[in-house]
Design a protein around this ligand. Structure first.
Ligand code: SF4
Length: 481
């Protein structure tokens, strides 16, 4: 790949986009996704913050992404540059990162390094951009960002990004950091004495919705919109669990519908608990009535009914995806997960009666207190479900998150998880499609979820040493499992 090919790739992507903004403000900011383009452009949070930054009357924001092939940039000494203005990140006064989860930390380091910006906060001066981070990771463990970023927006950033851009325009960096170190919703590494409160967006900024559509996103040309934010349930392992104020904020169906562009062929309803929205059937019905296709996240089995599923089928939805998140009733009760076997049996029957093709079920293993009896119960039940409708099990190891009741719970040994996975595969062989995610990478996620600044520094060591699993083990000083 030549340098020219890199520019052509970026230009080709921009040409394929609709909805690109060009803010008019004099403060230039870069908004970076520490994952590749196709992932970033499917992130509603990334797209929403991009719009908010461009709506600020004094600012304009351009996007950058983790290059698909960072080694090509390194070989050619190409800095990461923005898609809109092809400007290297090092030339912006403000560079913001939207970080979804722990493993994206390596992408942040890679982007800074390729841009010739020192990755360590302590190695930078006022000549370097102000490095800001926000996004879903900040709901659980922003501490791992502390060695690398100058400031973190904690929680929902749509309002606070405006406050921050105002301050950058009006104040010097030192004063700004000192002021925000005591402000709710912000965390200034090295200055804030604790992680203060998580911010919540004001209701008039909801719903979040797509700004740019492209065929080259993971959800190709799909207009994403969030009819509700948060969740009113209280599963003990989930960072989205009920907030003190009740958790879930609803957007009226009429408002959601009014924001969907007339000629959009595909609409995705996104949120932590979309099927808890009291108007979800009306909303989905009106979306598909114009011949549009529909996607929907977070279907909760206990909220499903045949009418909703028939609407989804009319909108091209073929795999009913939901979660059980515990291999036995005993474990689910312990986790506060209210979904029961009966709910799933009904869901599988509806897959069959509505002409859907498959039921896909998210499951966790390695939940604290789990035994082989729990696994056997899950195998028995999966076989039962698989006799009703074709079934896929997507299995991920349990990773304890900060700010949840299970914070601090241990990670099950990788070999023990692998033994359980082998038993599940063998018990379901030929009957149920089993798709496990890697126990090893879940362990890395766990180390970052539970660690502080030291875990962030270990991540830097692992990234410097190639970012393979052996590098992570060495960085965390764990010779064997
Ligand atoms: S797992 Fe789902 S239902 Fe439970 S708290 Fe999280 S978002 Fe809500």
């Amino acid at each position: 790949m030549k340098a020219w090919d890199v520019f052509n790739q970026v230009r080709g992507r921009v040409k394929d986009e609709t909805g690109v903004l060009g803010g008019t403000g004099s403060l230039k900011a870069a908004l970076c996704c520490p994952s590749p383009y196709s992932v970033g452009m499917s992130s509603l949070g990334f797209q929403t913050i991009y719009r908010e930054m461009n709506l600020h009357p004094g600012a304009s924001a351009e996007r950058a992404f983790l290059p698909d092939q960072p080694e090509e940039y390194r070989k050619r000494r190409l800095p990461v540059f923005t898609y809109e203005g092809e400007t290297p990140l090092g030339e912006f006064p403000v560079v913001a990162f939207s970080i979804a989860y722990e493993l994206e930390l390596a992408g942040l380091l890679e982007i800074l390094d390729l841009s010739n910006i020192p990755v360590l906060r302590s190695g930078r001066t006022e000549k370097h951009p102000l490095i800001i981070a926000g996004g879903p990771l900040t709901l659980s463990n922003p501490a791992i960002l502390a060695p690398f970023v100058d400031l973190v927006i904690l929680g929902e950033g749509e309002d606070l990004v405006h406050t921050l851009l105002d301050a950058v325009r009006e104040t010097g960096r030192r004063e700004l950091l000192s002021c925000f170190s005591r402000a709710p919703g912000f965390f200034v590494p090295g200055l804030s004495s604790s992680l203060l409160s998580i911010s919540r967006v004001s209701p008039d900024r909801l719903p979040a919705y797509s700004q740019i559509l492209t065929r080259k996103a993971v959800w190709a040309n799909m207009f994403l919109i969030e009819p509700e934010r948060g969740c009113s349930h209280a599963c003990a392992y989930c960072v989205m669990r009920r907030a003190p104020d009740g958790g879930m904020r609803l957007v009226p169906a009429q408002k959601v519908l009014s924001l969907i562009p007339e000629h959009t062929p595909r609409v995705g309803l996104v949120g932590a608990a979309v099927t808890d929205h009291p108007e979800v059937e009306e909303l989905a019905g009106k979306i598909v009535s114009g011949g549009r296709r529909i996607g929907i996240s977070s279907l909760r089995a206990e909220r499903l009914n045949e009418n909703l599923l028939r609407i989804l089928v009319r909108g091209g939805y073929r795999t009913l995806t939901t979660a059980l998140d515990g291999f036995s009733g005993r474990l689910r009760a312990r986790l506060g997960r209210k979904t029961t076997e009966q709910h799933l049996i009904r869901a599988a029957e509806m897959v069959r009666s509505t002409g859907m093709q498959r039921l896909k079920l998210y499951q966790m293993i390695g939940v604290p207190g789990e035994t082989m009896e729990d696994i056997d119960e899950g195998i028995r039940f999966s076989l039962e479900l698989g006799r009703i409708a074709p079934l896929s099990l997507s299995i991920a190891p349990f990773v304890a998150k900060r700010n949840t009741p299970l914070d601090g719970a241990p990670f099950e040994a990788v070999d023990s998880l692998e033994r359980k996975l082998a038993a599940i595969r063998s018990g379901l062989k030929g009957k149920v499609d089993v798709r496990p995610s890697s126990a090893r990478w879940a362990w890395v996620e766990y180390m970052l979820s539970q660690g502080g600044e030291d875990a962030g520094l270990a991540a830097m060591e692992a990234w410097k040493n190639g970012g393979g699993f052996a590098a992570w083990k060495k960085a965390f000083n764990v010779p064997t499992f």
